[in-house]
Design a protein around this ligand. Structure first.
Ligand code: 5AD
Ligand code: SF4
Length: 474
């Protein structure tokens, strides 16, 4: 059961007072201090980094992309798979050089890896240039932790993986001007047997609808056009709140806010997504016609071992219902290949599901053993090369499906939201369709932030290419 545990206002005020004190120190320096933030992992981490930036900005910091220039480096990490962790360790290791060049530099290590006891120990022992380490659930105390790091000798570790709480009222410094992340809940209570998240991000807890609605209204007033509601399992939004509410009703309420904008959300869990949600999406004109609905495996025995709470057939029934209510719905998914003990025949059930589901896009992952999770105790005898070969087969199947889906867009005119610049001269801007497919667009930068019609000219498995049909000088 989720429970709402809001940090008392006086504790938030205390952090704000500390921000003021750090600001005074920053202002007294001969030059403005710089911060460098490196973010790994999911959108929740992106959102957390926006909060770190918000707090740093209020404490007088400017931002840099140069690690040597930075007075503070914050590495916001992800623990979901081993290869992500290895990348973090590689990059943290290299910071020995920046710290040597600038001994006053503060190196902070946060995010999900900072809540894994073995990782904390490894950093304590072998990465002595890390000054500050803190887990996601104490992010709201960053001002206090930075203040201590600036004023105390010795390293600071606030890494307990506690239940977690909700901190309202801290600033966020958003990366763009068009798309915004809006967390609606934190933590996870699903305990999928392979997943580290429930252990590092604490218990599932929902923000009050009023706080979410006020933030959404603020974003729309600021001109944001694409709002993504974030949570590990948005479909269970509302559990534990005093007001009886749910995710479908939250979508309907956000939809009532005036203005031209899109409501997106992620991630959905199939066990909690159903008719009521799809109906709310179909009836809310601002809800994007996209759902990211990870299925993880196509075999019922493996789904059971994963503790997912649905079968192959039940999953397919959900997406049939969804498409009945929203015929042009874009469905994307996640899948894991090589779960401990998965046989060739069981893997083939995954291929079958993918064939039947006809996803627009799919993210395929090789199973990564996460110490401390139940799946880590299971015997895993399938050799790596067999897992890789299955992975490649699955990818080839999905690429063919994505290609076919994308080819159908060619020659059509679709409404897109232009959301940013690109690095490709031929397609100076990027856009998204209502269903969230990426469009590389030849069009003027002045179109950023606008909904325009685009003629799709060609495609690949991952994206579409097109020409804006609005005046180039618009
Ligand atoms: N190994 C591989 N993939 C994983 N995911 C989560 N945990 C693991 C793991 N231990 C994948 C799931 C999830 C996505 C964000 O990452 O597919 O949906
Ligand atoms: Fe996000 Fe999960 Fe990675 Fe944490 S471990 S950053 S919640 S994907």
């Amino acid at each position: 059961m989720g429970e709402r545990t809001e940090i008392p206002a006086n504790e938030i005020d205390n952090q704000k007072n500390i921000m003021q004190r750090v600001l005074e120190v920053s202002l007294a320096r001969p030059e403005q201090p710089f911060a460098y933030i490196d973010t790994y992992g999911c959108q929740q981490n992106e959102s957390d980094s926006e909060k770190l930036r918000g707090m740093l900005a209020e404490m007088g910091y400017a931002f840099t992309a140069d690690e040597f220039q930075a007075d503070i480096i914050v590495i916001n990490t992800c623990a979901i798979r081993e290869n992500a962790e290895n990348r973090v360790f590689g990059n943290i290791g290299a910071l020995v050089h920046t710290k040597k060049a600038k001994p006053s530099q503060i190196i902070a290590f946060c995010g999900c890896m900072a809540a894994v006891p073995e990782t904390v120990e490894k950093v304590r022992q072998s990465y002595k240039h890390v000054d500050l380490m803190f887990s996601p659930n104490v992010l709201w105390r960053f001002p206090e932790l930075l203040h201590r790091a600036l004023n105390e000798r010795g390293r600071i570790f606030e890494t307990a993986a506690n239940e977690g709480a909700i901190a309202e009222g801290l600033p966020a410094h958003r990366d763009g001007t068009v798309k915004a992340w809006l967390p609606i809940m934190y933590g996870c209570d699903n305990y999928c047997s392979y997943c580290i998240v429930p252990y590092v991000r604490g218990r599932e807890r929902s923000r009050e609808p009023e706080a979410i609605l006020a933030e959404a209204q603020g974003l729309i007033n600021d001109g944001f056009k694409d709002i993504t509601l974030l949570g590990q399992n948005v479909n269970s939004y509302g559990t534990g709140l005093s007001e009886k509410t749910n995710f479908a009703s939250l979508i309907r309420r956000i939809n009532e806010i005036e203005g031209e904008f899109l409501i997106r959300f992620m991630t959905s869990h199939p066990k909690d997504a159903g008719f009521e949600l799809f109906k709310a999406m179909a009836e809310s004109e601002k809800a994007a016609h996209h759902i990211h609905l990870p299925f993880q495996a196509g075999n019922d025995r493996i789904l059971g071992l994963m503790n997912r709470g649905y079968t192959h057939e039940q999953y397919l029934e959900k997406i049939i219902t969804a498409r009945e209510l929203i015929p042009d719905l874009v469905i994307t998914s996640d899948v894991i290949v090589g779960f401990p003990g998965e046989t060739e025949a069981e893997f083939e059930d995954t291929l079958k599901l993918v064939e039947k589901a006809q996803f627009d896009a799919m993210f395929t992952f090789l199973y990564s053993k996460r110490p401390g999770t139940p799946a880590a105790e299971l015997e895993d005898k399938t050799p790596r090369n067999i897992k890789q070969e299955r992975f490649d087969r699955l990818l080839a199947l999905q690429n063919a499906i994505s290609d076919e889906k994308h080819t159908k867009y060619i020659g059509k005119s679709v409404r897109v939201l232009v959301d940013g610049q690109s690095h490709d001269e031929r397609y100076p801007v990027n856009a998204r369709t209502n269903g969230g497919r990426l469009v590389h667009l030849s069009g003027a930068e002045a179109l950023i932030g606008r909904f325009v019609n685009a003629k799709i000219t060609h495609c690949n498995s991952w994206s579409l290419f097109g020409v804006s049909q609005e005046g180039e000088n618009a």
